[in-house]
Design a protein around this ligand. Structure first.
Ligand code: GLP
Length: 261
């Protein structure tokens, strides 16, 4: 894992945006994986600024969302499809039709998940996946206990995640849906480059478990240790519990080391 301790969240956002810009410079039709939550918002803002300044275009790119709540009406402002429409699509020059998400209102949810996997595969797979991490170590909505071999499926949200996400539902954990659809851990590991952002002391324990802990379903993000090209962009607070934090380079490269040789 390439761990980069950044001086600010803005710096981390710029590094993630650099990786996306480098990717689309060589591959304009690249497939991006998008995450919701607060951690990637500055990345989307940074991409929006570069597009507005004429320095970047995502018009030929495609994108797939990581996850979605089950049961929220399509018009609900907190469906992840609507969050991404506001946080990402509205800021850049990608056609909304080029952004795909899971359908949490589908009558046949297992089928919607299988169809989603097929559509990601037929797009050629994800080139660069943006990720956040939950305070309990979840990635997308793969809660602790999720199989490291899991594919896109229905999951039940933990009380901790419903509590964490209550801020988007008027502060009431009971208003957060109980179920979700999420790409599996094995699905996420198929993306060619994973860029995970984590900020603040509330993420410090999850970051330590992910980077330095054993690979375990107790911390689903620890499965990222199995991936050959992961960039973890953190601030000082999120890095605070890393035993080896003195060794982490404050550099970042969009390419894996063997390609830089
Ligand atoms: C949700 C999302 C995750 C995200 C996590 C952390 O549970 N499903 O994809 O990583 O929240 O969110 P935040 O970045 O707001 O802390």
């Amino acid at each position: 894992m390439e761990v980069v301790i950044c001086e600010s969240q803005q710096r981390a956002a710029e590094l993630a945006a650099d990786a996306i810009a480098d990717l689309v410079a060589t591959s304009p039709g690249a497939v991006l994986g998008l995450a919701t939550g607060s951690s990637p918002v500055l990345v989307y803002d940074e991409l929006g600024e570069r597009v507005s300044a004429g320095k970047l275009s995502l018009s030929e790119a495609r994108a797939f969302l990581l996850d979605e709540y089950v049961g929220l009406p399509a018009s609900h402002p907190e469906t992840y499809r609507n969050v991404i429409a506001r946080d990402f699509v509205a800021k850049v020059d990608i056609e909304p039709a080029r952004v795909s998400g899971l359908d949490g209102t589908a009558s046949d949810l297992p089928r919607a998940c299988a169809d989603y996997e097929r559509s990601m595969a037929s797009a050629g797979g994800v080139d660069l996946q943006i990720l956040g991490i939950g305070t309990d170590g979840h990635i997308a909505f793969n809660e602790p206990g999720s199989s490291l071999g899991s594919r896109t499926r229905i999951k039940t949200l933990t009380d901790q995640t419903r509590k964490d996400n209550a801020r988007f539902f008027g502060g009431d954990p009971a208003a957060v849906p109980q179920h979700c659809l999420t790409q599996g851990i094995a699905t996420i590991l198929e993306a060619r480059h994973l860029v995970l952002l984590a900020f603040g002391s509330g993420k410090a324990e999850a970051v330590r478990e992910m980077v330095e802990g054993p690979i375990s379903t107790s911390c689903p993000a620890s499965a990222l240790q199995l991936h050959p090209h992961v960039s973890v962009l953190v601030d000082e607070d999120a890095a605070a519990l890393l035993a080896r934090r003195g060794q982490y380079r404050e550099t970042f490269a969009a390419k894996p080391e063997w390609q830089r040789l």
